[in-house]
Design a binder for this molecule. Structure first.
Ligand code: PGA
Length: 251
């Protein structure tokens, strides 16, 4: 059985005081929540430690939004997997479309980053998603399959079991235009079948695949009732404790 997972991606949207207020609010409210769902939030890098401190004693994990693949060394501005591990970060988003689009994270870079996370046993949350143009051309499945093969080929089934994957159609991110649950489920099913063919049935059955793109308290249940959707990667709606925790309590 795959435990549901909801991750809040705070992007570059909150300052220190806002991050701490949100973390404290989440900690307070989550104490009275009876949910089997695993919960994580990903603040900006300078606020990882203070947010972790604020969340201490709560079941909410803290993740990073990115890392560099290189081992510690002369890479000005970089933050390595080892450094994130050292401060106790539990997961790291890798290959988010905003990284791919604005920071030049190619398929090769994504593959290297995900291996860096595995190197130190940091949970990689690896994102895949097509543009609106690709979808309109009817090439979504080929495109997603290509992205997945580029990221995962060469890993062994044991490594793949240590991943979380996320399907995040680019046109749905931050637009309010969430994917139809049928369309999302079709891509999740495709992703799982690739895991089955390339690795093993057992691997495919154990890897959690999240949906991301304009997830809200109003639409979360329509995704979670689908067989192959195991949780959500949430941007906008994770910036307030109320909406984020409503998403966590999707039942
Ligand atoms: P959104 O962002 O929920 O604001 O659409 C999702 C994401 O980018 O992870």
């Amino acid at each position: 059985m795959r435990r549901p997972l909801v991750i809040g991606n705070w992007k570059m949207k909150l300052g220190l005081a806002q991050s701490l207020n949100l973390a404290r609010d989440l900690k307070r409210r989550v104490a009275s929540l009876h949910s089997e769902t695993e919960l994580m939030v990903c603040p900006s890098t300078p606020f990882l430690l203070p947010v972790m401190e604020a969340l201490q004693g709560s079941p909410i994990g803290v993740g990073a939004q990115d890392l560099v693949s290189q081992e510690p060394g002369a890479f000005t501005g970089g933050v390595s997997a080892e450094q994130l591990r050292e401060v106790g970060v539990s997961c790291c988003i890798i290959g988010h479309s905003e990284r791919r689009q604005f920071f030049g994270d190619t398929d090769e870079v994504v593959a290297a980053k995900l291996r860096a996370a595995l190197r130190v046993d940091l949970l990689p949350v690896v994102c895949f998603g097509e543009s609106e143009e690709t979808r309109l051309q009817g090439k979504t499945e080929t495109f997603i399959a290509g992205q997945i093969h580029a990221a995962l080929d060469g890993l062994d089934p044991v490594q793949v079991k240590r991943l979380v994957l996320a399907y995040e159609p680019i046109w749905a991110i931050g637009t309010g235009k969430s994917a139809m649950p049928d369309d999302a489920e079709a891509v999740h099913g495709l992703m799982r079948s690739i895991l089955q063919e390339s690795f093993s049935t057992e691997t495919a059955a154990s890897v959690r695949i999240l949906y991301g793109g304009s997830v809200t308290p109003a639409n979360i249940a329509s995704y979670m009732e689908r067989e192959d959707i195991d949780g959500a990667l949430v941007g906008g709606a994770s910036l307030e404790a109320e909406s984020f925790l409503q998403i966590v309590q999707f039942r």
